[in-house]
Design a protein around this ligand. Structure first.
Ligand SMILES: [Zn+2]
Length: 113
């Protein structure tokens, strides 16, 4: 596969991961001694699982997204990822009950009453 196609494919997969996040396990609800679950800052999928008494720093980016970062594809000059990130920002803002204004168009989406 060409580099260009690989990038498009990887970014499409990222978008799909962002749109289909698994339900997050909340560490504070688990009993003492349970494993701790950490989720990717970029896509919301599991990025690390560590014993409660972990000594190493948990990874906050999953291996799939790390690959995108390492490849430099997230900072592509054409902004391949941007629309996906704006979608996430919009969704999160509306979910919290606030109006969302798209910084690219100035278009405002009203939060549902
Ligand atoms: Zn990820």
């Amino acid at each position: 596969m060409l580099e260009e196609q690989m990038r498009e494919f990887a970014l499409l997969q990222l978008k799909l991961r962002q749109e289909h996040k698994p339900e997050h396990i909340r560490n504070e609800t688990l009993h003492a001694g349970s494993l701790m679950y950490f989720y990717c800052e970029l896509c919301g999928w599991l990025s690390d699982v560590l014993p409660e008494s972990f000594l190493s720093r948990p990874r906050h980016i999953c291996s799939e997204c790390q690959l995108l970062k390492d490849k430099g594809w997230l900072e592509h000059p054409l902004g391949w990822l941007e629309p996906a990130l704006y979608d996430v920002a919009k969704q999160t803002t509306l979910e919290h009950g606030y109006d969302y204004t798209d910084p690219r168009t100035g278009e405002t989406t009203k939060a549902k009453e």
